[in-house]
Design a binder for this molecule. Sequence first.
Ligand SMILES: Nc1nc2c(ncn2[C@@H]2O[C@H](COP(=O)(O)OP(=O)(O)OP(=O)(O)O)[C@@H](O)[C@H]2O)c(=O)[nH]1
Ligand SMILES: [Mg+2]
Length: 215
Amino acid sequence: MKVKFLKSAPSIEQAPEPNLVEVALLGRSNVGKSSFLNSWTGQKIAKTSSTPGKTKLINFFEVEEGGKKYRIVDLPGFGYAKVSKSMKREWGRELDRFLRERFNIKLFIHLRDARHPDLEIDRMVEEYLNSIKRRDQQVLIIFTKMDKLKQKEIARLKRQFPGALLVSNTKKRGFEEVKRRIAEILWGEERDEESPTGGEGPEAQGERKLKKGEG
Ligand SMILES: Nc1nc2c(ncn2[C@@H]2O[C@H](COP(=O)(O)OP(=O)(O)OP(=O)(O)O)[C@@H](O)[C@H]2O)c(=O)[nH]1
Ligand SMILES: [Mg+2]
């Protein structure tokens, strides 16, 4: 996987051309968004810090992997201590606008701290994302800092959130499954279309088009 930093932008107007699929990383300050990007790509390319509020702009990274190009967007965190009533106020107008209007975002990754998996602010973000997401966009919840949990606590978290994805950025754990899920979401359907159809008739192809919301 090749990754390079592209640019930082304060708003959607300064963002790169929306000509590639993007994956946006969201979550509270300090949850490990920038660390997640580094672990996922296997490169220390995003700046991390133990002080919340490190990432202040919308940061675009371009990735090339197996002949495919896409971007990862590292966003500023929100709500470290306080809980505010609206995401707009919490995050600022520009970020709210970016998330609503950036149509080439195909996947929102919502990172949550495995030690505090059900905070009010995260429920708000979940609701917010579900309210803005379009038919061709998906949300994936991933819990960070699993290295801080005991086995028992991991089991409890998995019961509470069936199918939950857990990672440790410091120990680089959980990324095989995470990468598989992300690839499925980004390219799953296309890979189907590229592969020999194996006797699949036009009906099946039509169905797929409908599922994708095209046609
Ligand atoms: N133990 C442990 N620490 C982690 C993990 N992920 C991140 N951290 C630590 O948490 C702190 C914050 O990490 P960042 O990646 O900068 O967090 P962020 O979400 O980008 O924060 P902002 O940019 O401020 O919103 C750093 O000290 C990281 O080393 C993890 O999986 N396990
Ligand atoms: Mg950051």
